[in-house]
Design a protein around this ligand. Structure first.
Ligand code: GAL
Length: 369
């Protein structure tokens, strides 16, 4: 467990490095820069319309983001249009088009599928709007000014490290039988989550410490359409029935809490021992599970911080100033490396939950007693 604390310190240091302009996690150097200083045109009205196009309520963080954007943008004096696209990509395309037609000065996009919004965002930029990708990168278009997110590759690295720590702590000596789960293939975050984790786990698969009993190790094989818990549970049911027999499953790499809990349900229903399961989003049910010694870890990406940083960027643009950027290397969207402001994700286990959540009114009570 000491090593996990080191991982936490490393994550924090990595975050500090990003902020202080030293090399980022993936090589190259990121510097405290401001995006497009020569490109930033004039500002816009202090009561401007701000569009926020959110995806679907696949996890609690998105539900919280809706209310935080509505409240925060109104308090800042703007006219917010905050919408989920529950029925999918076409609805989100239409919402972005409508935000442009309503004269939005900034459109914040939490994309369902970041590769299918190019024409709507290009029209928004042509109308004079700024585009900020929120949490999930917008792909294959130049029509995105910046990206605000927790460093989602680092999320994966922390998940991989936590899985190894949990296996050593709860399952004794290896080799360990594991299975891999990834997020929805249309979510631009799913690949950095998976690639970050596999940067830690692949060497352990190669040396035999980890055995993926089902043999399913490619992103395509392990992705979960729509982040739907029932899809992850059905896949785990099939794997356990088809590949395990009386063999125990020691660990599961899960990219977020909803899918992690689905894996735990599947293993329990198969009558097997609780595996080490990772997660993300610090959802209430998962924090309870972690405190009860079931789920092993989650990730804290404080949505309050992410929304506050996004609004801070909007306020800079409104004044005709440059937005705050701390990474100009990591997130290539297929057309350009998108200037980013990356926040530092934090790994959470039962051991550090009380400390990590001490300022979170919803989660702190779950860690007491
Ligand atoms: C991702 C987000 C994660 C996770 C997932 C499912 O894009 O970054 O925190 O919640 O969506 O909603």
């Amino acid at each position: 467990m000491k090593k996990l604390t080191a991982a936490l310190v490393a994550a924090g240091a990595a975050g500090a490095l990003l902020l202080s302009g030293c090399s980022s996690e993936r090589g190259g150097s990121s510097t405290e820069e401001t995006a497009g200083s020569s490109e930033s045109g004039g500002g816009f009205a202090a009561d401007a319309t701000i569009g926020v196009a959110l995806p679907q309520k696949t996890s609690e963080n998105w539900v919280l983001a809706e209310q935080l954007f509505k409240d925060g943008l109104s308090e800042a004096g703007y006219n917010p249009i905050v919408q989920f696209a529950n029925s999918g990509v076409t609805e989100q395309q239409n919402q972005i088009q409508a935000m442009t037609e309503q004269g939005a000065s900034v459109i914040v996009v939490g994309a369902i599928d970041g590769s299918q919004l190019g024409s709507q965002l290009e029209a928004a930029v042509d109308s004079g709007a700024h585009v900020i990708a929120y949490d999930r990168l917008v792909k294959n278009t130049d029509a995105v000014d910046m990206y605000v997110a927790f460093d989602n590759y680092q999320v994966g690295v922390l998940q991989g490290q936590a899985l190894l720590e949990g296996l050593a702590e709860r399952k004794g000596e290896g080799p360990y039988n594991i299975e891999l789960i990834a997020g929805s293939p249309d979510d631009a975050n799913s690949t950095p989550f998976f690639e970050g984790a596999m940067s830690v786990l692949q060497p352990k698969i190669d040396d035999g410490t980890l055995v993926v009993v089902s043999g399913q190790t490619s992103f395509e094989q392990v992705a979960t359409q729509g982040w739907k818990a029932e899809n992850a549970q059905k896949r785990m049911d099939t794997i356990l029935a088809g590949s395990y027999g009386s063999t125990e499953l020691d660990g599961v790499l899960s990219p977020n809490d909803t899918l992690g809990r689905a894996a735990l349900t599947s293993v329990a229903q198969a009558g097997k021992e609780t595996p080490v399961v990772t997660g993300q989003d610090s959802e209430v049910e998962s924090v309870k599970s972690i405190m009860a010694g079931e789920q092993y870890s989650t990730i804290y990406k404080d949505t309050r911080e992410l929304v506050a940083q996004t609004i801070k960027e909007i306020q800079a643009l409104q004044k005709g100033e440059d937005p705050e950027i701390n990474d100009t290397e990591s997130y290539d969207n297929g057309v350009k490396v998108v200037p980013s402001f990356l926040l530092t994700p934090v790994i959470v286990t039962k051991e550090n939950a009380a400390d990590v959540y001490k300022d979170d009114d919803t989660l702190a009570p779950l860690t007491q007693g």
